[in-house]
Design a protein around this ligand. Structure first.
Ligand code: ASP
Ligand code: MG
Length: 471
């Protein structure tokens, strides 16, 4: 038996039903037989959406909708327990599930009364999804004779107090993990830790942002000095392009931390963009694997790769909006407007995905998610109200008919002619480029195109750069 710890994370689809949970347990048991394992789980697929929707309904005084959602939440987990566990464990499991859904119900009904959704209470409430799935999986292990314990990550991961998108405090997390997780591992009890949630140093509940369970897993792998982290999803690994757009897209056997982070940031859904950061110091390798095809090796994510240069993958993203701001007269400083706009966005908490400016007209434009557009506009209109009222600024322009693609690869650093090839490939198809941006890392060239051109642009770049399968 090795004493090298393996941390594994199962995403929402890998936890999505009793059958899937059984497979997750089997994949875990295989490893647990040879070395210590800790696992991190997401909520069952779509459950976090359901929880968030329920809280919105509560705030909007929709008590009928609220009750219907609560019933669906309880039914989904009770049904899963019924399919998952032997008869003699059903009663206890039902009581466990009902206790957790009751916690959620209490918070949701409170919001209904207050007609308000305080961010801290939202974070406490939506962690119930992961607490339910961790509970079910731990119960299943125990029923199979494998000692396991569900652990609420609020007792393990310490964060700042940015509710909804908190950042971990690693030293404090290391201390908590030593107290909570080490004793379990030492006794060979398998910890089944909730992904996504955490708590502040003084114990207030937080979450790490949507899709944050990957991040939870890497934080826990880092503080426990794990030998490896395996992230189980429903795709074969990190791909050279979205296989729905590009037929010969291939799974990349290896990518670097930096490449994986850029790919995730620019729309590859396989990994949460913040996942790799906690692992850098200890250089812990990560595998992205498919629980629906466990025999496929997946993608190995490592700190450095010596060979294999060139652009490696092209991502694509929709659901974004381009916002353009342009001074109407030369009397106003474009730099000052830009500073005010960015300050407003920073206060709004909206993520700026890309920004470019041109010096002559002093206009600038930036890209954000459509889901955050209303909030961004509210803050921009507020802080630029005077300039707009006096006619110093042209009206703010919004274009939702855009798509983002990003060409990523370590080997792009200092490879001359590459940008030329990418743009030639697009121009051959008569694709008009709206905006280009290259990060200072030179790892990524990001291009905004019209939404209607996105698929073709991705296909032609993938082809031109020979990123796909060779067969
Ligand atoms: N359940 C959370 C979400 O859906 C976290 C995760 O799945 O990673 O965002
Ligand atoms: Mg997920």
């Amino acid at each position: 038996m090795s004493n090298e710890l393996l941390v594994m994370k199962f995403g929402g689809t890998s936890m999505g039903s009793a059958d899937r949970i059984k497979i997750a347990a089997k994949l875990t048991a295989e490893q647990h037989a040879t070395r210590p394992v800790a696992i991190i789980v997401s909520a069952m697929s779509k459950v976090t959406d359901l929880l968030l929707d329920t809280l919105k309904k509560a705030e909007a005084s929709d008590s009928e909708g609220l009750e219907a959602n609560l019933a669906a939440l309880t039914a989904r987990h009770l049904e899963c327990a019924k399919d998952l566990l032997p008869a003699d464990r059903q009663d206890a499991a039902c009581r466990g599930i009902e206790a957790l859904t009751a916690e959620f119900t209490r918070i949701a009904r409170g919001m209904l009364l207050l007609r308000e959704r305080p961010p801290k209470s939202v974070d406490e409430a939506i962690a119930i999804g992961e607490r339910l799935s961790a509970f079910l999986l731990a119960e299943y292990f125990n029923s199979e004779g494998i000692a396991a314990q569900a652990v609420n990550a609020a007792t393990v991961i310490a964060t700042d107090a940015v509710f909804g998108n908190a950042t971990p405090i690693l030293d404090a997390t290391r201390e908590r993990a030593a107290k909570v997780l080490r004793p379990l591992l030492d006794k060979r009890v398998l910890p089944v830790v909730t992904g996504f949630n955490a708590s502040t140093l003084d114990g207030r509940p937080t979450t790490l942002g949507r899709g944050g369970s990957d991040f939870s897993a890497s934080i826990i792998a880092a503080v426990l000095d794990a030998a490896e982290l395996w992230i189980w999803t429903d795709v074969d690994g990190i791909m050279s392009a979205d296989p729905r757009l590009v037929k010969n897209a291939r799974v990349l056997p290896e990518v670097t931390y930096a490449e994986a982070a850029e790919l995730a940031y620019n729309g590859a859904k396989v990994l949460h963009p913040r996942t790799l950061a906690p692992l850098a110091e200890r250089k812990i390798p990560v595998w992205s694997k498919n629980s629906f095809a466990p025999h496929v090796p997946g993608t190995r994510i490592v700190p450095v790769i010596e060979t294999g240069l060139g652009p490696r993958a092209v991502t694509s993203m929709t659901g974004i909006a381009m916002v353009s701001i342009e001074p109407a007269s030369a009397e106003i400083s474009g730099t000052k407007v830009m500073a005010e706009a960015i300050e407003a966005l920073s206060r709004s908490g909206v993520e700026l995905m890309l920004i470019t400016s041109s010096s002559y007209t002093q206009s600038f434009c930036f890209l954000i998610r459509q889901s955050e557009l209303d909030r961004a506009q509210e803050f921009l209109q507020q802080s630029l109200a005077l300039e707009i009222a006096h006619g110093y600024l042209k009206p703010i322009l919004i274009d939702k008919e855009v798509g983002l693609l990003a060409v990523v690869g370590e080997g792009m650093r200092g490879t001359p002619g590459l940008a030329g090839r990418i743009f030639t490939a697009m121009s051959r198809q008569n694709i008009n480029i709206v905006v280009i941006a290259q990060g200072s890392s030179e790892l990524t060239i990001a291009v905004v195109v019209h939404r209607k051109d996105l698929e073709l642009a991705v296909q032609s770049i993938h082809e031109e750069c020979g990123m796909g399968r060779k067969d």
